[in-house]
Design a binder for this molecule. Structure first.
Ligand SMILES: [Zn+2]
Length: 213
């Protein structure tokens, strides 16, 4: 089975992808990694990529598709690919289906890890650290743990997170950009939405249920 895993930054995609790779012996394909690996190998295509990136230019869909094709055709990858952060638009999605079909493969599941903006905000805004022992809690999600903390509540301090604006703006950009592809995929019978607000192991177990059918 080939899987597409997508969701906004902060949904825990990376953690879940790592789990699938380890437990089910999958290969994680992200375009960032494909581009970096090709550049590292100093192939003619790799050198071209290097040049584009260092000049601040975009790497064309054509180049990305060539790299995808090179990976998809590797026998060890067959039906064991987890696509991470790709496709990002409908053209790419259609092209990916084409490439896969050419090699007698398909996307079996599209897993969307959804996490709301409100939860992302609470994760950042609720962070408190104990001055005495440096343990970190979230005042929205760890109410019980905070009550029971041996140092007492008086030592818990909130620090202003300088990354707040960056994280929220990355989230908004992502959701705006991926809206069309989300609409496109959500009509697909293989589309599964998982609540990214759940605990990591709860998400993991939902993914296992999908993969072990
Ligand atoms: Zn403490």
């Amino acid at each position: 089975m080939n899987i597409i895993l997508f969701g906004p930054p902060g949904a825990g995609k990376g953690t879940q992808a790592q789990f699938i790779v380890k437990k089910y012996n999958y290969f994680q394909l992200s375009t960032g990694d494909l581009l970096r690996n090709e550049s590292k190998q100093k192939t003619p295509l790799g050198n071209k990529i290097e040049e584009l990136i260092s000049n601040g230019k975009f790497v064309s869909d054509e180049i990305v598709n060539t790299l995808l094709k090179n990976s998809i055709t590797k026998l060890k990858f067959k039906d064991r690919i987890i696509f991470d952060g790709y496709p990002r638009n409908i053209q790419q999605a259609k092209k990916l289906e084409e490439i896969l079909a050419e090699f007698d493969q398909k996307i079996s599941h599209i897993v969307y890890l959804n996490v709301t903006r409100n939860i992302i905000e609470k994760r950042i805004m609720g962070r408190v650290t104990c001055e005495k022992c440096s343990v970190t809690f979230n005042e929205f999600f760890n109410k019980k743990e905070i009550e029971l903390h041996p140092c007492g509540k008086g030592h818990l301090v909130k620090r202003k997170d300088d990354n707040y604006e960056t994280i929220i703006s990355r989230y908004d950009t992502y959701t705006n950009n991926t809206k069309p592809i989300l609409d496109f995929y959500s009509k697909n019978v293989n589309f599964i939405e998982i609540d990214g607000n759940l605990k990591i192991d709860e998400i993991t177990s939902k993914i296992s249920d999908i993969l072990e059918v």
